[in-house]
Ligand binder design. Structure first.
Ligand code: AMP
Length: 466
């Protein structure tokens, strides 16, 4: 792929190659999937040999030209699952790039995700003569207009900016052969439904269509029905994606103690990156300031920041210059950073699905990860909604230094009959903790993947700084 549009795909240097696929290995190789030689060569350069499950399942259908619904979240390798067959199909029928008329259109919910997808097309299409560009808001229009004017084969876009460009006649969709709606559930959460429906009406009826979503609520099924025709359906990790591989805890804490508790965790967690989720943009900034007072260097990433500022914060985080990133859901969606050892839900999300997306930022590429949720007394209902969604109780982390004394632990029906623990025992006074669901399975070895957070490590910490 030519790199002549690098000005409009500012992103993110590539993450180090992995030798293991994102989820459980399958026995087939990329060569078994009938991928063309230039693609195999590019995969080889990235050291990808074994397709991830979503890739192994989707690529054969997509190479046949089938429509597809993919139920998979970021981290499963879904980008390559659609990028590889798209590149192969476009390369198989070369057509001169026509100004303003892309042959493949990929819609992504956020700028960061669009930039990452563009980067993947660049990497996988390295040995093909196809062009790509990403267009998204928050940056100047003119380089994007120029790229479209030159003509690109693959256009990756966020819906808002794409709709603007289309209204101004800088792009038209009448030559689109392949259409992808990525992270459809997030698109709806972010209120893009109107733009998406408008864009769909402008697509040629004869096309290949793909829809990916981490969750499949009714609204997505309805949207899918208006996009895909006789689709193949592939699903990886149904119901609670990635949740199995992530060690999860909830801490009951008073609202005004949350920042102190966060500092405590960061202090106990010297290795690895920490991603912190907050609900509101202003809270992200406030928390960064509070952390600075405690000597913790953190950066914020949210929708009010300019695109260059967001990219910069992300780069600093990725490179480990700032080990803590405070993010809102919108800004963090699709962030693919390896080495996130701990995800903190500083605020519990309003929508339980977001919890699954958030904790999925750790446990990337088959590694284990840890997620801790801070729950104050006003958030009990949100916690219950999450537990319903993931169909299991989140073990309560007891004995942390800022444990909310007022409320004590929950008496959850979910624990009844587990025979493991008694919910109403007094909290330990030392700095260790017991976890309701796993106290019988005490683990002292470090987690895989250099996570650097061990139960023993936490327990060893003794007294608190507060
Ligand atoms: P995605 O779900 O598309 O965001 O991909 C998650 C991460 O896994 C990205 O960093 C990819 O570069 C990486 N990846 C994708 N496919 C493979 C594979 N077959 N083997 C190893 N790593 C992969």
């Amino acid at each position: 792929m030519h790199h002549n549009h690098s000005t409009v795909t500012p992103s993110a240097h590539s993450a180090p190659p992995l030798t293991t696929p994102p989820t459980a290995p399958s026995t087939i190789t990329f060569a078994d999937l009938s991928l063309a030689e230039p693609l195999l060569r590019a995969l080889n350069e990235k050291n990808y040999t074994v397709p991830s499950p979503i890739q192994a399942k989707s690529i054969p259908f997509l190479l046949q030209g089938r429509d597809l619904i993919g139920i998979a979240q970021t981290g499963t390798g879904k980008t390559a699952a659609f990028a590889l067959p798209i590149l192969q199909r476009l390369a198989a029928h070369p057509a001169p790039a026509t100004p303003k008329r892309p042959r493949a259109l990929i819609l992504a919910p956020t700028r960061e995700l669009a930039a990452q997808i563009a980067q993947s097309f660049g990497a996988y299409g390295k040995f093909l003569k196809l062009t790509h560009a990403a267009v998204f808001g928050g940056v100047s229009l003119s380089p994007q207009i120029r790229a479209l004017q030159r003509g690109v084969d693959v256009l990756i876009a966020t819906p808002g900016r794409l709709a603007d460009l289309e209204r101004q006649k800088h792009v038209s969709f009448d030559k689109v052969e392949i259409f992808v709606l990525d992270e459809a559930d997030r698109m709806l959460d972010l209120g893009f439904v109107h733009e998406i429906k408008r864009i769909i009406t402008k697509l040629p009826p004869k096309r290949q269509s793909l829809l990916f979503s981490a969750t499949m609520p009714r609204a997505i099924e309805d949207l899918a029905a208006s996009i895909v025709h006789n689709p193949a359906r592939v699903e990886v990790t149904p119901d609670a994606p990635t949740a199995e591989r992530i060690e999860q805890h909830v801490c009951h804490v008073n609202r005004h103690d949350k920042a102190k508790l966060l500092v405590h965790f960061i202090g106990k967690h010297p290795k690895g990156l920490v991603l912190v989720f907050v609900r509101m943009k202003h809270m992200a900034n406030k928390l960064v300031d509070q952390l600075a007072k405690d000597g913790v260097k953190a950066e914020a990433i949210h929708g009010n920041k300019s695109q260059p500022a967001r990219q910069r914060a992300l780069e600093n985080f990725r490179a480990g210059h700032s080990c803590v990133l405070v993010a809102t859901d919108i800004a963090a969606r699709g962030i693919d950073v390896k080495g996130i050892a701990l995800v903190v839900n500083f605020d519990l999300p309003e929508e339980p699905e977001s919890y699954v997306h958030r904790i999925g930022r750790t446990a990337r590429a088959g590694l284990d990860g840890i997620a801790v949720a801070f729950c104050d007394s006003s958030e009990r209902n949100l916690l219950r909604a999450i537990e319903r969604l993931i169909r299991r109780p989140i073990p309560v982390l007891k004995g942390h230094p800022l444990e909310a004394s007022a409320q004590g632990p929950r008496e959850p029906a979910a624990y009844a009959g587990s025979g493991i623990d008694r919910p109403h025992r007094p909290a330990p006074r030392h700095g260790g903790f017991r976890s309701h669901s796993s106290s019988s399975n005490h683990r002292t070895a470090p987690r895989t993947g250099g996570v650097g957070f061990t139960r023993a490590g936490f327990a060893r910490s003794g007294g608190s700084r507060y």
